[in-house]
Design a protein around this ligand. Structure first.
Ligand code: FAD
Ligand code: DHB
Length: 390
C-alpha cells in the first residue's frame, strides 16, 4: 500500500489524527495490533479538556459526545473528610471539562473512520518501521500469515507506552525522563448511580481515592493501593469499605454500591521521551509520555500532540511549509512538560507516600491547605485542570 502518513496504533491518538487528516484530503493508514473489540474493552480516561472536545468536533465526531457527555463546571477536593469545591468555570472565566469516556471517544472515531472508508487495519502483527531517516520510510506488518508493506512520507508512532515506535529510535538519539511512584490505582466500574454530580478527589490518612463517573448509571471509582497488591486481593466488598473509609462521612453514607463490572490496577508513572521526532518518525501521545492519572491529563496530552502534528502536516501538504514539523517536538514538549508538572504535583499533594519523613508529610498537608484557602492558588489549579491553551 502507498499512503502519505503511516500511523502505528489505533488508540485515540492515531484515530483522531487519521480522521482529521482525511477531512483535509490527506490519506493515511492506521495499523493496530489488537482487535477493535479489545481496544474498546480497555477502560481508561474519562475527563476531556475543552481543547480536546473542540478537536473532536473539528474531526466531525462531536455529535454523540455533545449529546451524551456531561459538562462539569467544578470538581471537589476533600481533605480528610472536609469537602472543598473548585469552581472551574468561575475561576477560569468560563472554562469547563467534559465527562465522556475514552472508550466512547474511540468508538466514535472507529465509526467515523469506517463511514469515510478509512484504512484502519486491525490485528496487524509485528509492525516495524523502516528507513526512518530517509525520504521514503515504510512500515511492514504481518496479517493472515503474510507480510505487507506500507510506503509513506511520514510515520506517526501513536502506539502507546509499550509500542514499537519509540523502541525503534537508536538509544543515543533520545533521552528518557522517568519517575515511578510507590503505589498504584485500583479502579472499578459499577452500574450504580454516581455518588456525586462532580468528581471528588479525596486525600485521606488511609490514602487517595477518586469518585468519578461515566454517566448517571455508570460510576468509576479508584483507591490508591500498594504497588504489589493484586486485583484478586480486592473483593468488591473490600473495595467499597476502603473507598467509604477515605471519603467524607456524608458522601460515604450515600454511596450506592453494587457488583463491579471491571476491576484493574494501574501503576503510576511519569515519563517523557525527548525529542518526539527521529527522522521522519513522529511520536504522539503515550508513545512519548506518560503521566500519573491524578490530573486527568493522559488522554488530553495525547490530544494536544495531535493538534500540533495535524496543523504541521496541513501546512506541509497545503503550502510546502515544513516549519511546523521541524518545531513539532519542541512545541509539543513545552505543553507536555506543563501537564507533567501538574500531574506530578496533584499526585504528590493527594497521595500517602510510604516512608515519607514527617517534615514532608507536614509540607504536603500545608500545600493542600494553602491551595484550598487561597483564591490565587485555586485559579492556578483550575486553569491547569481545565487544560492550558494549545
Ligand atoms: P493508547 O491508548 O495506548 O493507544 C495505543 C494503541 O497502539 C493501542 O490500541 C495499542 O493496542 C496499539 N499498539 C501498541 N503497540 C503496537 C504495535 N507494536 N503495533 C501496532 N499497534 C500497537 N488517562 C487519563 O487521563 N485518565 C485515566 O483514568 C487514565 N487511566 C489509564 C489507565 C490505564 C491502565 C492506562 C494504560 C492509561 C490510562 N490513562 C488515563 C491514560 C490514557 O488512557 C492514555 O493517555 C491514552 O490512552 C493515550 O492514547 P494513545 O492513543 O496515545 O495511546
Ligand atoms: C478519571 C480518571 C482520572 O485519572 C481522573 O483524574 C479523573 C477521572 C476517570 O477514569 O473517570
Amino acid at each position: 500500500i502507498k499512503t502519505k502518513v503511516g500511523i502505528i496504533g489505533g488508540g485515540p491518538s492515531g484515530l483522531l489524527l487519521s480522521q482529521l487528516l482525511d477531512l483535509k484530503g490527506i490519506d493515511s493508514v492506521v495499523l493496530e495490533r489488537k482487535s477493535r473489540e479489545y481496544v474498546l474493552s480497555r477502560i481508561r480516561a474519562g475527563v476531556l479538556e475543552q481543547g480536546f472536545t473542540d478537536l473532536m468536533r473539528e474531526a466531525g465526531v462531536g455529535e454523540r459526545m455533545d449529546r451524551e457527555g456531561e459538562i462539569h463546571d467544578g470538581v471537589v477536593i476533600s481533605d480528610n473528610g472536609v469537602e472543598h469545591r473548585i469552581d472551574l468555570k468561575g475561576l477560569t472565566g468560563g472554562d469547563t471539562v467534559m465527562v465522556y469516556g475514552q472508550t466512547e471517544v474511540t468508538r466514535d472515531l472507529y465509526d467515523a473512520r469506517e463511514a469515510r472508508g478509512g484504512k484502519v487495519i486491525h490485528d496487524a502483527d509485528n509492525v516495524q518501521p523502516h528507513d526512518l531517516t530517509t525520504d521514503a520510510p515504510y512500515l511492514t506488518y504481518e496479517k493472515d500469515g503474510e507480510t505487507h508493506r506500507v510506503d509513506c512520507d511520514f510515520i506517526v508512532g501513536a502506539d502507546g507506552f509499550h509500542g514499537v515506535s519509540r523502541k525503534s529510535i537508536p538509544a543515543d538519539q533520545i533521552r528518557e525522563y522517568e519517575k515511578v511512584y510507590p503505589f498504584g490505582w485500583l479502579g472499578i466500574l459499577s452500574e450504580t448511580k454516581p455518588v456525586n454530580d462532580e468528581l471528588i478527589y479525596a486525600r485521606s490518612d488511609r490514602g487517595f481515592a477518586l469518585c468519578s463517573l461515566r454517566s448517571q448509571v455508570l460510576s468509576r471509582y479508584y483507591v490508591q493501593v500498594p504497588l504489589d497488591d493484586k486485583v484478586e486481593d480486592w473483593s468488591d466488598e473490600r473495595f467499597w469499605d476502603e473507598l467509604k473509609a477515605r471519603l467524607p462521612e456524608d458522601v460515604a453514607a450515600r454511596l450506592e454500591t453494587g457488583p463491579s463490572i471491571e476491576k484493574s490496577i494501574a501503576p503510576l508513572r511519569s515519563f517523557v521521551c525527548e525529542p518526539m521526532r527521529y527522522g521522519n518518525l513522529f511520536l504522539a501521545g503515550d508513545a512519548a509520555h506518560i503521566v500519573p492519572p491524578t490530573g486527568a491529563k493522559g488522554l488530553n496530552s495525547a490530544a494536544s500532540d495531535i493538534y500540533y502534528l495535524y496543523h504541521a502536516m496541513i501546512a506541509y501538504y497545503d503550502e510546502g511549509d515544513a516549519s511546523g514539523l521541524d518545531s513539532y517536538s519542541e512545541t509539543a514538549l513545552r505543553r507536555v512538560w506543563k501537564a507533567q508538572r501538574f500531574s506530578w504535583w496533584m499526585t504528590s499533594m493527594l497521595h500517602q507516600f510510604p516512608d515519607h519523613p514527617e517534615f514532608e508529610q507536614k509540607m504536603q498537608e500545608t500545600e493542600l491547605d494553602y491551595f484550598l484557602g487561597s483564591e490565587a492558588a485555586r485559579i492556578t489549579l483550575a486553569e491547569n485542570y481545565v487544560g492550558l491553551p494549545f
